[in-house]
Design a protein around this ligand. Structure first.
Ligand code: ADP
Ligand code: MG
Length: 260
């Protein structure tokens, strides 16, 4: 087995900056205060998140690490405006998500957040360009922007292919293009390499990292694979709905060098 490359690590403290990096151009800072999320109530209540207090800087590339059931997806969904917190607050940029009405929340999800999922969630009966253009049009971008987004993920040769005919890695690239065509302030990637081989996964991570970095996007990337954490600016470890470790990595490993 290949020895994982370990990045330099240092403890975070309040207000620690991402070292060697300008504040994000377009990314939003994310602030959690005593945030909880409970599903159900009474005897069947599931405490998915139990009091999250965090400040994530604009432009930070954060890997959220934890075993299955630790609350990673719930955290992403709260930031993405898909779930609302049970208590406490979540602010993204200057928005307090709990203070948004349904209309504002819809606009926030549509315009400001990009999602990349484990199973791509593309429309299989549409081509690559149609999948991306669908979202581009929602936010007032055109087909040119969709084409440019697909080119940026290396798929200019696959524009007119049905996504069902693309490989897993190619499908995930389409999904990344779809997420980024809206120029989101926050990019949420939930187990984006979970259904890909290591080689393909590595190149997908490289694409996410390069594009997010180029535009200063704030990224939350959830995974149970601790090796992937070596490429992060910051690693949050979740266990049973709590942050049990929070580490800054001033010299993250290049995504291409991450091995698993
Ligand atoms: P992870 O992504 O780390 O696997 P999740 O955020 O999906 O964790 O889940 C955290 C906990 O919350 C788990 O115990 C899970 O069963 C529970 N959970 C998640 N979503 C729901 C839901 N919609 N209804 C009830 N329980 C849920
Ligand atoms: Mg999950």
């Amino acid at each position: 087995m290949t020895e994982p490359i370990v990045a330099d690590r240092q403890r975070t403290g309040p207000g620690t900056a991402t070292p060697g990096r300008e504040p994000g151009q377009d990314g939003a800072a994310i602030r959690f205060r005593a945030m909880t999320k409970t599903f159900g109530s009474g005897e069947v209540a599931v405490h998915a998140l139990r009091g999250i207090n965090l400040d994530i800087e604009a432009g930070q590339f954060v890997v959220v690490l934890g075993p299955s059931g630790s609350g990673k997806t719930t955290l992403m969904n709260v930031v993405g405006g898909i779930e609302s917190p049970t208590s406490g607050t979540v602010e993204v940029g200057d928005r307090d998500l709990a203070g948004l009405d349904d209309r504002q929340l819809t606009a926030y999800r549509r315009d400001d957040v990009g999602f990349v999922f484990q199973f791509f969630n593309l429309v299989p009966t549409l081509t690559a360009i149609e999948n991306v253009a669908l979202v581009a049009e929602l936010v007032g971008e055109g087909e040119d922007d969709a084409r440019a987004a697909l080119e940026s993920v290396g798929l200019s040769e696959r524009l007119d292919h049905f996504t069902s005919a693309l490989s897993g890695g190619e499908q995930q690239r389409v999904a990344i293009a779809r997420a980024l065509v809206k120029s989101p302030q926050v990019l949420l990637c939930d187990e984006p390499t979970g259904s890909l081989d290591a080689d393909v996964g590595r190149s997908v991570l490289g694409v996410i990292h390069r594009l997010a970095r180029a535009r200063g996007r704030t990224v939350l990337l959830a995974t149970h694979n601790s090796v992937i954490a070596t490429m992060a600016d910051r690693v949050l470890r979740l266990r049973s709905g709590e942050v049990v470790d929070d580490v800054l990595q001033p010299n993250p490993v290049a995504p291409e060098e991450v091995t698993w």
